[in-house]
Design a protein around this ligand. Structure first.
Ligand code: SAM
Length: 292
């Protein structure tokens, strides 16, 4: 078997050979602990028939572990300077493809249709660039890709918000947006010492398992999310006050909103953070005829 890329000695040697300097603006914190990488891959539960989509392969530390445990890996990397490095480090793994593109601009569905035809089980696995974790995850979920789920490393603080339950301080519109599409859990907390350079914040790995259908069924998804954002606009305010001030102008009279809350059987004095996703769905359905 090939020597692992993700040891401190080999990583430093590769970086030195190519004179590579880290770009903070691209969230470049590379993993140098093979054990952690293997555990991340374990959480993806890949088989020899699976494919993995990776965002930001860096010098290929995670890509290599994925390539050993799956049929095919496709990785999106924005930084051109990493391409010659990846060409060398991934040469022993012909089942890997690197695409030089900003994943936020990429046609990921088009890539799946072209590169992963005939593969039924697809997971996204990544150590995400921390400056864009939420937009990347939301893009992958909103585009309704044929994936089983996402296992990714990100800031622990964001992981806590994503997997938070109602009634906790971390629960908010991000928790609901992600739990609408997936079952979310934090599966690992990771120390700063396993990266070079070390990030300023603690890290965690989350596993998002896509639901067959969204958690609740609503008439109008954008309106549902608008109601949620309005409900959390000022966390210390009541639902009634937040909805009155933050839903669109026009018919936002307190009495109408009060009636909608009553119809949804939700106490107007509650705070947004106490509502379950089902309660938000009920609320959105009773506000819908008023605002739409
Ligand atoms: N996977 C490697 C590892 O674990 O060592 C590197 C992870 S590093 C945290 C994030 C990687 O994402 C970097 O290689 C960076 O260049 C890349 N990246 C940053 N923004 C990106 C974007 N918008 N699209 C694709 N790759 C991106």
């Amino acid at each position: 078997m090939q020597k692992d890329i993700a040891t401190p000695v080999r990583t430093r040697a590769i970086l030195e050979k190519y004179g590579f300097s880290f770009k903070k603006s691209l969230g470049q914190n590379f993993l140098i602990d093979t054990n952690i990488l293997k555990r991340i891959v374990d959480h993806a539960e890949l088989t020899e028939e699976s494919a993995a989509i990776e965002i930001g392969p860096g010098i290929g530390a995670l890509t290599e572990q994925l390539a050993r445990r799956s049929k095919k890996v496709v990785a999106f990397e924005i930084d051109q300077r990493l391409l010659p490095i990846l060409q060398e480090t991934l040469a022993p793994y012909p089942n890997t493809t690197v695409i030089h593109e900003d994943v936020l601009k990429a046609d990921v569905l088009g890539m799946v249709e072209k590169e992963l035809q005939g593969i039924d089980d697809i997971m996204v696995v990544a150590n995400l660039p921390y400056y864009v974790t939420t937009p990347i995850i939301m893009k992958l979920l909103e585009e309704k890709l044929p994936i089983r789920g996402i296992v990714c490393m990100l800031q622990k603080e964001v992981a806590d918000r994503i997997s938070a339950k109602p009634g906790t301080k971390d629960y908010g519109s991000l928790s609901i947006a992600i739990q609408y599409y997936t079952e979310a859990e934090t599966v690992m907390v990771v120390p700063k010492t396993v990266f070079i350079p070390q990030p300023n914040v603690d890290s965690a790995v989350i596993r998002l398992t896509k639901r067959k259908e969204p958690a609740v069924s609503v008439k109008d998804e954008p309106f549902f999310f608008q109601v949620i954002r309005a409900s959390f606009a000022q966390r210390r305010k009541t639902l009634l006050n937040n909805l009155t001030s933050h839903l669109p102008e026009g018919k936002q009279k307190k009495e109408v909103i009060l009636a909608a809350l009553e119809q949804a059987e939700i106490e107007p004095g509650r705070r947004g953070e106490t509502l379950s996703i089902e309660e938000f769905a009920r609320l959105s359905e009773s506000l819908y005829p008023i605002f739409k």
